[in-house]
Design a protein around this ligand. Structure first.
Ligand SMILES: Cc1cc2nc3c(=O)[nH]c(=O)nc-3n(C[C@H](O)[C@H](O)[C@H](O)COP(=O)(O)OP(=O)(O)OC[C@H]3O[C@@H](n4cnc5c(N)ncnc54)[C@H](O)[C@@H]3O)c2cc1C
Length: 455
C-alpha cells in the first residue's frame, strides 16, 4: 500500500462549493488537496448556471430581434446557428476552466482530477490508489439529474443531455414543474421548438408566490408553451424516430421529437465510501449537515447540493467560505445565514424572489399579512404590442403605513427582474419597512420604480 500523504484539508468535489473552500482555506494558510472527478466548476460551470444562462441570452436575443422587427427594424426572422453559438458557449466555459487551473496553481492547492472514496474517518483514497489523510475533510460532491423510474425513461434526456443538443427539436415534451423545467421550456420555445410542459402537481415552481407563477404560465402561453397540470407521465414509447408520452389519465399526446426530464436531482453520496467514515445521510441520500456545515462525524463537513440546503451556486460558495473562515481563519462563529436568500428563475420573462411568499407569510403571521401588487406592461412590450406582462408584489407584515410595517417578501416577474432584485436583497437582509420603500424616490421611467410606487 502507498504511503499516506497528509494535508490540513481534503476537499472532495471541484464544483462551486469545493473550489471556493479550497481557495479560502489556502488563503488562510492551510495545505489543501482538491479531488474532483468531473470538470472543474462542477454542475454550475459545465451543465448548469453558465451554459443555461448562455442559452437564455440566445433566447432573449431572439425574442428582442422579433420585437425590433415588429417596431420597424428591417430584420429577417431570427434563426440561431446552434452549433456556432455552442462554440462560443464552450469557449467561454473553457476559459473558466483555464482561469480556475491558474488560480489553483497560484494558491498552491494540490489538484487531483480523480474520484475519491473514504476508507476511514480521516482518510480517502483516489481511483489511482493514492491515499490521502487530513484532520478536516469537506464533502462537496454536488448532485446529478434524477430520472423517474418508468418504462422507456431511457428514451428521454435530462438537463445534462440538453446541453448536448445540436439544434432545437421541433416538438419537445418537458416533464417537471421546477425551475429547470421552466427555464429549458422558455429557451427551447424561443429558439424554435414547440414545447409542452407536463407538471405532476397543480402549479409551477413550489416556494414561489402563486400570483406570479400564474402570470408566468400566461406569459409562457403567449410565447406558445402549453402547460399541462396534474399530468402524471407513466411511460415513454418509441414511435419510429419519435417518442410518445403516456399519461396516467390516459391522454396520449402526438409523439414528440425529444422528451426532457427535469424531475429533480439526487445527491452524489452513494459511492463515496461514507460507511467507512460513519457519516449519516437522510432518506434521500443527502449528507446531514448542521448550521455550521458539520456532519455527525468530527472533522467531516458537507456543503452545497450534496446537503439538503438551498441548491444554488452562491449558497454553496458562501457556506464554503464561512466554513473555511471558521476552520482556518480564526472566526469560530462564522456560518451562513440561510434566511432571505434571493433567487431567480431565468424564465421568459425572469421571475425572482427574496423572502416569504404570501402563502408562507400567512402560515407564519396570519391576518397581519398585507400585500401590494403592480401589474404592468414594460414600455418596450407596450410599444411592440407584445402581450407579455410584468407583475411585482410585496408581502408585508405589521401596521399599515407605519414604520412597523415590515417587508418580508419581494417578488418580481418581468423583464429585468433578474438584475433589479439583487439590490433589494441587500435591503431585505438589512430589514426594511414599507415606509422605507415609500420614502424612496422613483427612477423614471423604469420597471424597477414600480417597487417603490406600490400603494
Ligand atoms: C440546469 C441547471 C441550472 C442551474 N442554474 C443555476 C442558476 O442559474 N443559479 C444558481 O445559483 N444555481 C443554478 N444551478 C444549481 C447549481 O449548479 C448548484 O447549486 C451548484 O453547482 C452546486 O455546487 P456544488 O459545489 O454543491 O456541486 P457541483 O457543482 O455539482 O460540484 C460537485 C463536483 O464534485 C464532483 N464529484 C462528485 N463525486 C465525487 C467524488 N466521489 N470524488 C471526486 N469528485 C466528485 C463532481 O464531478 C462535480 O465536479 C443549476 C443547476 C442545474 C442542473
Amino acid at each position: 500500500m502507498n504511503a499516506r500523504i497528509d494535508f490540513d484539508l481534503i476537499v472532495i468535489g471541484g464544483g462551486s462549493g469545493g473550489l471556493a473552500a479550497a481557495f479560502r482555506a489556502s488563503y488562510h494558510g492551510a495545505r489543501v488537496a482538491l479531488l474532483s472527478a468531473g470538470e472543474l466548476g462542477g454542475t454550475c460551470v459545465n451543465v448548469g448556471c453558465v451554459p443555461k444562462k448562455a442559452m437564455w441570452l440566445a433566447a432573449d436575443l431572439s425574442a428582442r430581434i422579433e420585437m425590433a422587427a415588429r417596431l420597424g427594424f428591417a430584420l429577417p426572422a431570427p434563426v440561431l446557428d446552434w452549433a456556432q453559438f455552442t462554440t462560443h458557449r464552450q469557449r467561454y466555459i473553457a476559459n473558466i476552466h483555464t482561469s480556475y487551473m491558474q488560480r489553483l496553481d497560484t494558491a498552491g492547492v494540490v489538484l487531483m482530477p480523480t474520484h475519491a472514496r473514504f476508507t476511514a474517518r480521516d482518510t480517502v483514497v483516489t481511483d489511482d490508489g493514492v491515499t490521502l489523510g487530513a484532520p478536516q475533510i469537506l464533502i462537496a460532491t454536488g448532485g446529478r439529474p434524477r430520472r423517474p423510474d418508468i418504462p422507456g425513461a431511457q428514451l428521454g434526456i435530462d438537463s445534462d443531455g440538453f446541453f448536448n443538443l445540436c439544434s432545437a427539436p421541433s416538438r419537445v415534451a418537458i416533464v417537471g414543474g421546477g425551475y429547470i423545467a421552466v427555464e429549458l421550456a422558455g429557451v427551447l420555445q424561443a429558439l424554435g421548438s414547440r414545447v409542452e410542459l407536463f407538471v405532476r402537481g397543480q402549479r409551477l415552481l413550489d416556494g414561489f408566490d402563486e400570483d406570479l407563477t400564474t402570470q408566468l404560465v400566461a406569459d409562457c402561453l403567449h410565447y406558445g408553451t402549453r402547460t399541462h397540470f396534474g399530468a402524471r407521465v407513466t411511460a415513454l414509447e418509441a414511435v419510429g424516430q419519435r417518442i410518445a408520452v403516456r399519461r396516467r389519465d390516459g391522454v396520449d399526446d402526438e409523439p414528440f421529437d425529444s422528451v426532457i426530464f427535469a424531475t429533480g436531482r439526487l445527491p452524489n453520496s452513494g459511492d463515496l465510501g461514507l460507511e467507512h467514515a460513519g457519516v449519516a445521510l437522510d432518506a434521500k441520500g443527502h449528507v446531514i449537515a448542521d448550521d455550521f456545515q458539520r456532519s455527525n462525524i468530527e472533522g467531516i463537513h458537507a456543503i452545497g447540493d450534496v446537503t439538503d440546503r438551498i441548491a444554488l451556486t452562491p449558497v454553496a460558495i458562501a457556506a464554503a467560505r464561512r466554513l473555511m473562515d471558521r476552520l482556518f481563519g480564526g472566526q469560530p462563529d462564522a456560518r451562513l445565514d440561510y434566511d432571505n436568500i434571493a433567487t431567480v428563475v431565468f424564465a421568459h420573462p425572469p421571475l425572482g424572489k427574496v423572502g416569504l411568499s404570501e402563502a408562507q407569510a400567512r402560515a407564519r403571521h396570519g391576518d397581519a399579512v398585507r400585500t401590494y401588487r403592480a401589474g404592468f406592461r414594460p414600455i418596450l412590450h407596450a410599444l411592440a404590442d407584445s402581450p407579455q406582462r410584468s407583475l411585482f408584489k410585496l408581502v408585508c407584515v405589521g401596521d399599515e403605513q407605519s414604520s412597523e410595517e415590515r417587508v418580508v417578501g419581494i417578488h418580481l416577474l418581468g423583464e429585468g427582474a433578474d438584475e433589479i432584485l439583487q439590490g433589494f436583497a441587500v435591503a431585505m437582509k438589512r430589514g426594511i419597512s414599507k415606509r422605507d420603500l415609500d420614502d424612496t424616490i422613483a427612477i423614471h421611467p423604469t420597471s424597477a420604480e414600480e417597487i417603490v410606487l406600490m400603494r
